[in-house]
Write a protein that binds this ligand. Sequence first.
Ligand code: PLP
Length: 392
Amino acid sequence: MRGHPSFLMPTYARYPVTLVRGEGMRVFDAQGQAYLDFAGGIAAVPIGHSHPAWLGAVEAQLRRLVHVSNLFFTEPQEALAARLVSLAGFGLVFLANSGAEANEAALKLVRRWGRPRGRTEVVALLGSFHGRTFATLAATGQPAKHAPFAPLPGGFVHVPHNDPEALDGAVGPSTAAVLLEPVLGEGGVVPLDPDYLALARRLCTERGALLVLDEVQTGVGRTGAWFAFQRLGVEPDVVTLAKALGGGLPIGAVIAREELAFGPGEHASTFGGGPVPCAAALAVLEVIEREGLLEHCRARGDQLLRGLRAAGAEGVREVRGAGLLVGVEMVDERARRVVLALLSRGFLATEAGPAVVRFAPPLTVSAEDVEALLEAFPAACEEAAARAPVPG
Ligand code: PLP
């Protein structure tokens, strides 16, 4: 599928295909082969590829105004902030370019708020993922990812997920915030128990800490609500978004309670919340609302989850998820082989760790597309099982 050498740093274990075009739920490679996109750009293409409303909004904004910096007001940015606050039901917004930057800003907000109160620590989860900058890497509960880059910024404590006692023991007088993904995405698509999230909220409120939800992967409709916290009935003090927000263009957002907001000169970004990504994000939110995609996501997510569970495919240990973020945990580290077997059958998917196959398609995915994946999945699992490396 690919022959020429690459001059890119080998940062990613890329799948062996060069994609050249996308349309709705489909992407096409250089040979014209079509794939149903159940990878969804890692949960970042919520309304499919090149949705006409999104394309129209982006093209119009490209012609109108592309960049002036954040020293000036722009209409798309003001409109997007207002829309996000109305969807979240609280707060003020800071706009960035990515998930890591949104989380970095959230961590700075937390530190700035906590310092004068003697609270400088953030409690996060083992197995979590919050980004690749130094602070978000330190927040990420995966020691193997830390090792080559030590020393990392301090002030992070990690506890096992869905473990109420561990959380209870970790939140104390020096805790500034508890930082959680409602569903651990990169950590293997592991939903937090609703009771555990409710406990986190209660502990933070009672003990004077902030609750920060990283909804970079779960936000913008992915779990069938604008924010996962709205399905779970827990209101955070700070929430971060990125991935799906721009419909494929880079943008990140922090929404924080008003009294936590940065003041002039405390944080900034040259490109953050530029007119084009903001216009793209406004189009994404508009399409999700107009096309009833939250409800659609719940229905198709249910179909996918139940169908994968019912498929009885070889080597599957567990199927779990929320909305259209679905993970299939295999009995061993064979996720890549399953993903490659799906690729050869015309389906894109991704790994979330070595044992978990992740599906995060556009929220527009049809019942027929889901059915097609469900039909192909058992054969892909069989192929992955047959290709197991010979031990020794
Ligand atoms: N937070 C979560 C929950 C994520 O899943 C990711 C990316 O996978 C990030 C943060 C980092 O986002 P980005 O890659 O846009 O920096």
